[in-house]
Design a protein around this ligand. Structure first.
Ligand SMILES: *Cc1c(COP(=O)(O)O)cnc(C)c1O
Length: 382
């Protein structure tokens, strides 16, 4: 830790909780199925390098990232195992994927056609993305002749195929039926290929809510947890058929930089949107929307913790600072730590995200580069 780490605003990441989450996910899946850790978007704000290093240390050797560059950064930091790039890679840069031993995704039929004609020194490792109904990426699940043709090609190494749920977190009957339909489409394709003698390689379908809600008799090669790996739900409203004892591992902290008494009838911050109704004690905190604490949280009654007590964020959140009402908190002083997301007393990422009108994923992955990441591996709450 360097002495700037906790100077202003930072996130604390508990790697012991990551390990517990991994063990609990492993217990809930078949022994033949492995975790492919989703570490895209800097591991949902938790820091992809440190998280992946720790995962290597505890025996996880399969990763997925969204972009070519994310994959290269992991390799440059000596992450071992397989790294699948889930997103599109432009054809001229495929050579970089080969150089860094990254597995690429054939994102659709046209792309699959085009990569066959890439002049590369080594064979490209490819997973086929199968579109079973999300209609974002993928080769259509019923384009069986084409899928067989691709598997047969000597020019590329098709080492697996996967699909993705689009409503696995919903409890609406119609959505549950749709998820079952997606799964049936994927399973039927696998069965068809196997019966025709193809080695389909690795198969995978379930992200977090697929793991929790569509887990009966499922023996795919991998599951792809993102949210639940980090011990968070994408929102408070998600449907979970099975509940795993998962632990959030991230705290967001900053410091008190100024404390003052403000007379009744004064206003606080830009736009004068908050007016004191009595003499109030107001503290300024060293974090703002440039750090990824959403400006949308201005005047929403969102809470923070200081000296073990809750305080409310008031007035407009500024780029680098915000104000809180600490009228009822005695002995507050400059330098005190303010917890904006954390476990004791609890302020969950889910509730902060909800107040900001978004999901946990967006809140966490937007926590900015100005925040230092401080890693702890103690089995204690933060
Ligand atoms: C982001 C992503 C995941 C992880 O999703 P969670 O809901 O966070 O578990 C899995 N698979 C794909 C293809 C993704 O893009």
């Amino acid at each position: 830790m360097n002495n700037l780490d906790k100077e202003r605003a930072w996130v604390e990441i508990n790697l012991a909780s990551l390990e517990e989450n991994v063990r609990n996910i492993q217990k809930s899946i078949p022994t033949s199925t492995k975790i492919m850790a989703i570490v895209k978007a800097d591991a949902y704000g938790h820091g992809a390098i440190e998280v992946s290093k720790h995962l290597n240390k505890i025996g996880v050797y399969d990763f997925a990232v969204a972009t070519l560059e994310e994959g290269i950064v992991l390799r440059e930091n000596k992450i071992k195992g397989t790294i699948l790039v889930l997103g599109y890679i432009s054809l001229p840069n495929l050579r970089l994927a080969v150089e860094h031993d990254l597995t690429i995704t054939a994102v659709d039929k046209e792309y699959a056609h085009r990569i066959l004609h890439m002049p590369l020194k080594k064979k490209l490792k490819v997973h086929l993305k199968i579109n079973t109904g999300m209609n974002r990426l993928g080769i259509s699940y019923d384009d069986i002749d084409f899928i067989k043709e691709i598997y047969k090609k000597q020019e590329i190494d098709v080492v697996g195929m996967y699909s993705h749920f689009c409503v696995a977190d919903s409890k609406e009957a119609e959505d549950i039926a749709f998820s079952h339909l997606q799964q049936t489409r994927f399973d039927t394709l696998i069965k068809n290929l196997k019966e025709s003698g193809y080695n389909v390689g690795k198969t995978h379908l379930q992200s977090s809510y697929g793991i929790l809600n569509y887990n009966e008799n499922r023996e795919y090669s991998y599951v792809r947890p993102g949210n639940i790996l980090y011990g968070v739900d994408s929102s408070k409203k998600v449907y979970k058929k099975t509940n795993l004892p998962l632990k959030s591992m991230l705290s967001l902290k900053a410091r008190i930089t100024s404390v003052k008494e403000i007379e009744s009838g004064e206003t606080i911050s830009y736009g004068r949107t908050y007016k004191t109704i009595e003499k109030e004690k107001i503290a300024t905190v060293s974090i703002g929307y440039a750090d990824g604490y959403p400006r949308e949280l201005s005047n929403k009654g969102v809470k923070v913790v200081v000296n073990n007590q809750y305080a409310e964020v008031i007035g407009r959140i500024c780029m680098d600072q915000l104000m809180i009402n600490v009228t009822n908190i005695p002995e507050i002083k400059v330098g005190d730590i303010v917890t904006l997301i954390g476990n004791i007393p609890e302020i969950t990422a889910e509730e902060v995200a909800e107040k900001a009108g978004t999901i946990t994923n967006e809140l966490l992955c937007c926590l900015g580069p100005r925040l230092h990441r401080v890693y702890i591996s103690k089995r204690e709450e933060i």
